[in-house]
Design a protein around this ligand. Structure first.
Ligand SMILES: [Zn+2]
Length: 106
């Protein structure tokens, strides 16, 4: 998987360029800030700074979790995932219930 993200992207509600990230989500909740296998959102951001080369070597925790989810497995137990359940700021994999993303930690 090729994963790239905007230099300003910080996984928070407001990126380092001061853009409200959630306001940029498209109908499928994709962001202009993140590119997965060349796929990004239908929305755009005028401040986007996307590195040309994908990060190599150390892959971020979120990228790994995304990759696992896209492959249909839980990043924690590697069990089959049949969807996600969002509880507040926490995303759980279904049906195992493991935490996929926890925005409270940011
Ligand atoms: Zn699990």
């Amino acid at each position: 998987m090729k994963y790239r993200e905007c230099s300003y992207y910080n996984y928070g509600a407001v990126c380092r360029a001061g853009v409200r990230v959630d306001a940029k989500r498209d109908d499928e909740l994709r962001l202009p800030c993140v590119s997965v296998n060349g796929v990004t959102s239908t929305t755009t951001c005028s401040l986007l700074v996307m590195p040309v080369e994908a990060k190599d070597g150390k892959v971020g925790e979120l990228a790994q979790a995304l990759e696992a989810i896209m492959a249909g497995v839980c990043p924690q137990c590697r069990g089959a995932v049949d969807g996600e359940e969002v509880v507040g700021l926490v995303v759980h994999a279904k049906p195992c219930g493991h935490i996929v993303s926890d925005k409270r930690r940011r």
